[in-house]
Each structure stands twice: as structure tokens, then as C-alpha cells.
Ligand binder design. Structure first.
Ligand code: SF4
Ligand code: SF4
Length: 185
């Protein structure tokens, strides 16, 4: 059968039967934070109020629709799930208590385990692992704190933090995503 014959069109992109993972939505709903997913009616109230969607091409309803369709690879490998700013407006508007912000956290965790984490988050996590901070301590920061009358920063003891990150499996997740970054260079 020709590839074009195997395709059907749902929404604005072609969906092939082999792209559909029927169990995906149940896998997401089984995770802590993903429980509300199956209550989604795709009414669009979340997209209508999303401040990120007001300025760029991002629609939480579309993300949810793709999850419910079973488009696992489409959802986990594109940048869409990394665009949410976690402002919780969609959660306030949703009449079904889907809790999209929690659902997107589940999706991000899944994507990270498969090496699809957004590189900005990977770099932040690596910074925390190395320094205990999300940004580097610089001489300029120290000087500005002094000028503002703020107490000096102290370098944290990161031994415990690194132990927690190791126990949580973050080292493997970071390695998977950093390997991908090297491959794409
Ligand atoms: S998450 Fe809620 S607001 Fe958004 S489409 Fe689903 S039911 Fe509607
Ligand atoms: S929590 Fe994310 S998806 Fe929901 S309204 Fe805010 S930015 Fe949009």
C-alpha cells in the first residue's frame, strides 16, 4: 500500500495508524498529576486563556488532544510541552479539573527519560547539580548585593543535593539528554 493511502487526516496534520499508541493516555493518567487527563472534553477554555498561546503558536488543548489521540512521539519529541509557563490560568478555567499544569509535568518527565528534554532545562539541572544554583555566582552579583546592602552569598554544601539527585535517577536522565545534545551538534 502506498504511504499516502495509509494516512488519514485528523486536525491539521496527517496521522498514520503506526503513529498511534493507544495505551499512551492511560500511561499518562496513571502517573501522579496525570489523573485528570481522561476528564478533558477538549472544550478549549484552557487555550482561550493561555498567556503563552496569546503570543506564540501554543495551545494546551492541542497538546491534550494529541495525548488523547495516542500520538506519543509527536507529544514527547516536539517543543510544545516545554512552552507552558506554569501560570495555572488554565487550571482555574477548566470546568473538568484536568489540571493541565500537572499533566504537562508528567509529559515533561516522560520526554526527559527519552532524551527529549528542552536544552534550557537540561543546562539548568546541570548547573544545580554542579553548583546548587540555577545560575552561576559571579563577581558582579556579589558586588551588586554589597551595593544593595544584602548579605553575601555562601556556596552551599551540595553533597546532600547530589545524593538526592542521584537517588532520584537524575544523573541518567541528564546523561540521556546531554548525549542527545552532543549528537545534534
Ligand atoms: S483541559 Fe479543561 S479547559 Fe482545557 S480543553 Fe480540557 S476540559 Fe477544556
Ligand atoms: S499553565 Fe501553561 S498552559 Fe496553562 S495557561 Fe499557563 S502557560 Fe498556558
Amino acid at each position: 500500500m502506498e504511504e499516502t493511502e495509509k494516512r488519514s487526516y485528523r486536525g491539521d496534520f496527517p496521522v498514520r495508524d503506526e503513529d498511534v499508541k493507544a495505551s499512551f493516555k492511560y500511561n499518562v493518567a496513571d502517573m501522579v498529576g496525570g489523573e485528570g487527563l481522561l476528564r478533558c472534553l477538549k472544550c478549549g477554555a484552557c487555550s482561550g486563556g493561555c498567556p503563552v498561546g496569546a503570543v506564540i503558536d501554543y495551545r494546551p488543548r492541542k497538546v491534550l488532544g494529541n495525548v488523547l489521540l495516542g500520538l506519543k512521539d509527536e507529544v514527547l519529541s516536539t517543543d510544545q510541552i516545554w512552552l507552558c509557563a506554569a501560570c495555572f490560568t488554565c487550571e482555574e478555567r477548566c470546568v473538568q479539573q484536568v489540571n493541565f499544569t500537572d499533566v504537562v509535568t508528567v509529559l515533561r518527565n516522560m520526554a526527559s527519560k527519552e532524551g527529549h528534554a528542552a536544552q534550557g532545562y537540561v543546562k539548568m539541572a546541570e548547573m544545580v547539580r554542579q553548583n546548587g544554583r540555577v545560575s552561576a555566582r559571579t563577581g558582579l552579583v556579589d558586588k551588586m548585593r554589597e551595593q544593595l546592602g544584602l548579605p553575601p552569598l555562601h556556596d552551599p554544601d551540595i553533597t546532600q543535593l547530589q545524593g538526592i539527585m542521584k537517588a532520584a535517577g537524575l544523573n541518567e536522565v541528564l546523561a540521556a539528554n546531554q548525549k542527545k545534545e552532543v549528537e545534534s551538534d
